[in-house]
Design a protein around this ligand. Sequence first.
Ligand SMILES: NC(=O)c1ccc[n+]([C@@H]2O[C@H](COP(=O)([O-])OP(=O)(O)OC[C@H]3O[C@@H](n4cnc5c(N)ncnc54)[C@H](O)[C@@H]3O)[C@@H](O)[C@H]2O)c1
Length: 412
Amino acid sequence: MTEGISLAILGLGPGGLAMLPYLDAHPDVRLAGLCDLRIDALQAAPVPKSVPRWTSIDDLLASDVEAVYVATPTHHHAAHAIAAMRAGKDVIIEKPMCVSLMEADAIASTAAQTGRKVVVGHSQSFEPAIQLMRALIVSGAVGQLRALNAWNATDWMYRARLPVEFQREAGGGVVHRQGVHHADMLRYLAGGSPRTLRAAIGDWDPLRPGDGSYSAFLSFDDGVVATLFYSGYDHFPATELTFGIGENGRQALPGHARARRALRAGGSDPSIKHGAGLAAQMERLAPGEHPACFGMLLASCTQADLRIDRTGVQVFADDFCRTLPIVGLPAGRSAVLDELVSAAAGVPTVHDAAWGRANMAMCHAIVESSLAATEVSLNSNLVPPTGAPALAPPPLVFAHLQALFDDSFRHP
Ligand SMILES: NC(=O)c1ccc[n+]([C@@H]2O[C@H](COP(=O)([O-])OP(=O)(O)OC[C@H]3O[C@@H](n4cnc5c(N)ncnc54)[C@H](O)[C@@H]3O)[C@@H](O)[C@H]2O)c1
């Protein structure tokens, strides 16, 4: 049997299934079980028959697996992660970490009481291009970060979905489900937390009600400012701005409004999500050949602008424009597993419970600002994560950057 941390996946929707190819390839974490209430999902999972399958979380928790990947619907994350930690398991919790900040506190205190590790992901700051961008910023080679502008436009509202996925109070809608990626990316690149935020949420389609868009302006303590835009309304696709590349690094099919038309033709029965609609979700989440592009992201520094292109991070400096390739760095979901391995070995990691809570707090602030139609201050809600030294990417990302450096990137 392969050595490494034994991990079971809890929840076999698109979120849980997306981890399978990365687990299969990981040298230090191995798949040791699957758990879902749906027997058909357990039977259909594309893994060897020898992998244990449970329909009850109690049976999973009674097993000897060392870690659980909590990929159940968001409103179950807190209960499932806490039960797993109490049963002696480390946990990876899919984003968003949970629904309320009180639940987030309960997860953090259970981790502290039990000594179990929490990794929150997959989210965009695990992606190699974002990590390379952060390493470049931390290195000082492009001067000081001054502004982040992040735009994404997808078909999120028209994909096959369960009703709960549109309910804000259950962690649904694009603010909680997708804004948490933006929060994660921005906080990682800025190396801290915004202090003020003004946002407006859009709910534009009475046939598909819920939080479907948001726009926000944020300021950070050190003068960095940011804008965010997300639309899940499937007209203009942000892949038009990203060389056709989508959020998992896959080349998007040309065209637009495909999900709108499919919904119109196929109906909105929620069972479609785990039936005929699953293939489309899995196609989008399958490993891609390009850097992941969660929409268009422009990081403006005093000595260069940075964006993600087809092979890495493109640097627009005074005298050159050059791409730093990401080839050789682990893909985002592999990096999640790497972080579990580091955390289990006692190494301080970035994406712990405090990190997940702070990302959620930013999404809650988007809701608060939009409802009150005013700027909100985030104050003590958003602390840098404990034990995460200067929000640094893993050493291998710096080593990768160092290997790419030439004189044109060095400070005089
Ligand atoms: N990081 C990403 O890119 C990404 C992508 C998709 C989903 N997600 C996240 O993953 C989570 C799940 O999303 P999804 O779209 O896969 O949801 P889903 O509802 O399609 O799937 C959840 C699965 O959990 C199972 N489940 C529910 N309660 C259970 C229980 N008590 N015991 C065992 N199994 C149970 C369901 O039967 C279902 O198969 C969400 O938090 C979502 O935000 C993340």
